[in-house]
Design a protein around this ligand. Structure first.
Ligand code: HEM
Length: 91
């Protein structure tokens, strides 16, 4: 993640005026922001997960929440990469 941030900031700095005027750039930064927040929530949820659980996972509230955050994370990664590819064609 740190490498993606560093390279993203460097690429942006190289053609700053052009990227900041491209709405896709701001959509992408919003997706990256969501990715970070969701990642932090996912990590925190995982820390409080019971080591062992008897109830089927999908009915277990805590596991169901972790699963939702995990699915959201995968979706955000794909959306962020797609926004980046679109951005590379636009700018
Ligand atoms: C989770 C983090 C990120 C992922 C997965 C990601 C992914 C990508 C991908 C797949 C591309 C297309 C590369 C290409 O086709 O050449 C791209 C391009 C780009 N990304 Fe990111 N990126 C991330 C974070 C960032 C951040 C934080 C910034 C800015 C602060 C950024 C700015 C850009 C820019 C400006 C381009 C267009 C580059 C060009 O014109 O070729 N990215 N990104």
């Amino acid at each position: 993640m740190a490498v993606l941030f560093a390279t993203g900031i460097l690429i942006t700095a190289a053609e700053f005026e052009e990227f900041v005027e491209t709405p896709v750039f701001w959509i992408k930064l919003a997706l990256v922001g969501l990715l970070v927040v969701n990642g932090a929530l996912l990590t925190r949820k995982e820390e409080i997960l019971p080591e062992r659980t008897e109830a089927p996972l999908k009915n277990n509230g805590e596991w169901a929440r972790v699963r939702r955050h995990a699915l959201f994370s995968v979706t955000l990664w794909i959306a962020t990469a797609a926004a980046g590819i679109v951005l590379s064609y636009l700018a």
